[in-house]
Each structure stands twice: as structure tokens, then as C-alpha cells.
Design a protein around this ligand. Structure first.
Ligand code: DHB
Length: 368
């Protein structure tokens, strides 16, 4: 393949540091997608260039700049956390390079550049359904505990608004630092407040630490339920959380236990290729993001620049391992089902077992 017959995807991920599981999951998913679908599309050889931004936004930005200027990538993808996605947005706009956000989930990200397309989810999307479920299930008085940055603030705001609308109350809104959080003092406070439940959002990879401290402090025995978005019962860690996690109810867009043929095939292939690692919601964002890129390349017959590729990404609709998804052409954000799930033991392993679904949920953050 001559250089102009190579289609380059610059995949920027946190491969080391606190968010490393996000990078590992998305890298594995992108490679699986390529292994299953070939590395030649519309006469172009697909080249994946993976960069570790260590989840430091200044590093993300520098890497994006290098990928655009030196490597001349056709598409930027990845983006493990919100600040990394936001730091890159102006570069995507200036260079007219589509930026496929596969992980970061603050609502406003898609508004930071007209070149951003998202295949992950948004925290408002995930948070409102659990706020509808809770008051119908005896949970009226809640304390929220979130990571103190974009997605956490979205989760807090949208959960609280909806719970109050449904007649519940949020008696305190606690925020923990995003980097190296110590949950202990916050959990002590929650114990003293004695709510019916604690609602938690922490980013992927931090859930197990929260669960451990929640149980160590006997919060469950004190009658406080743990609820949240599915980031807390992350499939990457869930199996190691132990029986204390049983019964935890969350709302989210993906469970490795999602009962569909497409998902079963995805989970089996992912585990086979990755030493039995279970794919989580980050993996599915990466896998679907690759599909969106491949289909845009096909639709433009390998001839499209950034604007043509972006146009071909808008409006895509297909069945993902998570269920049916749609890239809203107006917002460039993902429309998808949100599931209510409960942690159960199945075949000796812990899973988020889906028991209800809210179909075709648009990001509630976009309406305002
Ligand atoms: C973000 C990161 C996560 O790991 C997650 O689970 C949700 C959101 C973010 O930074 O946007």
C-alpha cells in the first residue's frame, strides 16, 4: 500500500495510570474489531496508531497535535476521560478531523466541536433511569457521592433533579477528588446521615475501591443501599468484588450479560482473544466506534476527507453488543437503550443482570 492508500486512526488512550483499564479495554476491542472485519476497507489499509496519554489532558492534546500534523491521521479516536476529550476538541475543529469519543461521557463534550461523534454514553442518559427506579422501590432519601469533575457533576445534577421530581430527596451531595480519591471520610458522613441509599458515580476502574470501603464500613448492614450508574459495578472488576456486591442495582447502557446473540458472540471472541478478560462498557464503546469509522470509510469509498467522513458517521444505526444504537445526526451523540440491572451470581460469576429497559434514550443533557 502506498502511503496515500493508508487510512490512519490515531487512538489516544490512557494505557497507564489510574484509568489504565479503560485503555486496555478499548485497545483490545479495537483490535478485535479489526481482526473480525479485516484491515483493508474500500481499498485502504487501516493503520491503528495507539498513543498513551496517561489521562493527562495536556498530554492528550500534544499527542493529538502530533498525530494530526506528523502522522496525518484521518480520524482521532479514544479519549478515556472528559478533560482529554475536551482538550482535543479545538484541534479536531481546526484540522477538520473527526474525533470519535469512545469513553468520555460528560454531556457537553459533543458541543465542544462539530467534529466530535460519541459512541460511549452520557451520564445524564445513565443517571435518570435509576432515579425513576429508586422511589418505586422504597428508596426516598438519598445521598449522592460523585467524582468531582464533568461526568460526576452531570450524574449528581440529573439524578437529583429526577429523584426530586419523583418525590424523593437528596439530603447531601458529596464530591470526591477525581485523582487518588480517599472515600473513607465521605462514607463516614453517609453513615451518619442514614439515607435509604447512597448513589455513586466514579469513573471506570474506581468502583471496586468504593465497594470495598462501603462493605468494610458495614454500610449495607446499617440498611443503606448502594445504587448508581453502571460505572460502579464495572464488568472489568465486578467478579472480584465478592458477594457483598450481590443485589446492587444500577442503570447503564452495557452489561457483559446482555442477552443477545450479537453480545454473546462479542463477549466470547473478546475473552478468547484476551486471556479471558471480560469486556466492559469501555470495550463496547471502542468496538462500536471502530464500526462507525469503518462504515464511514466504506460509505465514502475511501475518498472522503474529514467532512465527508463526519457526514457518513452521522445517522448510523446498527445493532451493537449493547443493543440497538443510533448516532443522532443533529447532536452527533449516541441514542441507546438504558437497562436496569442487578448484580447476581450466574454460573459461579458475578454479573449485572438486566431486568428492565428504557428504549432509545437520547442524552437528556441536550434538551437545555
Ligand atoms: C468518564 C470516565 C469514566 O471512566 C467513566 O466511567 C465515565 C465517564 C469521563 O471522564 O467522562
Amino acid at each position: 500500500f502506498a502511503q496515500d492508500n493508508v487510512f490512519k486512526i490515531g487512538l489516544i488512550l490512557p494505557m497507564t495510570g489510574q484509568q489504565a483499564t479503560t485503555g486496555r479495554q478499548i485497545e483490545a476491542a479495537a483490535k478485535l474489531y479489526m481482526a473480525q472485519n479485516g484491515d483493508t476497507v474500500a481499498g485502504k489499509k487501516i493503520q491503528l496508531i495507539i498513543k498513551d496519554d496517561t489521562s493527562i489532558p495536556d498530554v492528550t492534546k500534544r499527542m493529538a497535535q502530533e498525530l494530526i500534523v506528523n502522522n496525518k491521521v484521518n480520524v482521532l479516536a479514544g479519549f478515556g476521560i472528559t478533560p482529554s476529550a475536551l482538550a482535543t476538541a479545538p484541534l479536531a475543529t481546526q484540522s477538520k478531523t473527526p474525533q470519535v469519543v469512545m469513553a468520555a461521557a460528560t454531556s457537553s463534550i459533543t458541543e465542544a466541536s462539530p467534529y466530535i461523534v460519541r459512541t460511549s454514553f452520557t451520564l445524564p442518559q445513565a443517571s435518570v433511569s435509576i432515579a425513576d427506579w429508586a422511589p418505586k422501590n422504597g428508596i426516598k432519601k438519598v445521598v449522592t457521592l460523585v467524582s468531582d469533575y464533568g461526568p460526576g457533576l452531570d450524574a449528581e445534577k440529573f439524578f437529583k433533579e429526577r429523584l426530586v421530581f419523583n418525590g424523593g430527596t437528596v439530603v447531601d451531595t458529596l464530591r470526591v477528588p477525581m485523582r487518588n480519591p480517599d472515600f473513607a471520610p465521605f462514607l463516614q458522613k453517609v453513615r451518619d446521615l442514614k439515607p435509604d441509599a447512597l448513589f455513586v458515580f466514579v469513573p471506570s476502574g474506581a468502583g471496586a475501591a468504593v465497594m470495598k470501603q462501603f462493605l468494610e464500613r458495614g454500610m449495607d448492614k446499617a440498611g443503606i443501599k448502594l445504587i448508581g450508574t453502571g460505572d460502579i459495578t464495572d464488568d472489568d472488576q465486578l467478579n472480584d468484588m465478592g458477594d457483598g456486591a450481590l443485589g446492587v442495582v444500577t442503570s447503564h447502557h452495557y452489561s457483559a450479560a446482555h442477552p443477545s446473540a450479537v453480545n454473546k458472540k462479542f463477549v466470547d471472541a473478546f475473552q478468547k482473544a484476551n486471556n479471558n478478560l471480560r469486556p466492559n462498557f469501555m470495550a463496547v464503546g471502542g468496538y462500536d466506534g471502530m464500526r462507525v469509522i469503518y462504515e464511514a470509510l466504506k460509505a465514502t469509498k475511501g475518498q472522503g476527507g474529514g467532512d465527508a467522513l463526519l457526514a457518513a458517521m452521522k445517522g448510523q444505526i446498527f445493532e451493537s453488543p449493547r443493543g440497538p444504537i443510533f448516532i443522532d445526526a443533529q447532536t452527533r451523540d449516541i441514542v441507546q437503550n438504558i437497562y436496569l440491572r442487578k448484580v447476581e451470581r450466574k454460573d459461579g460469576q458475578l454479573y449485572n443482570v438486566e431486568f428492565d429497559v428504557i428504549k432509545d434514550v437520547k442524552d437528556p443533557g441536550k434538551a437545555r
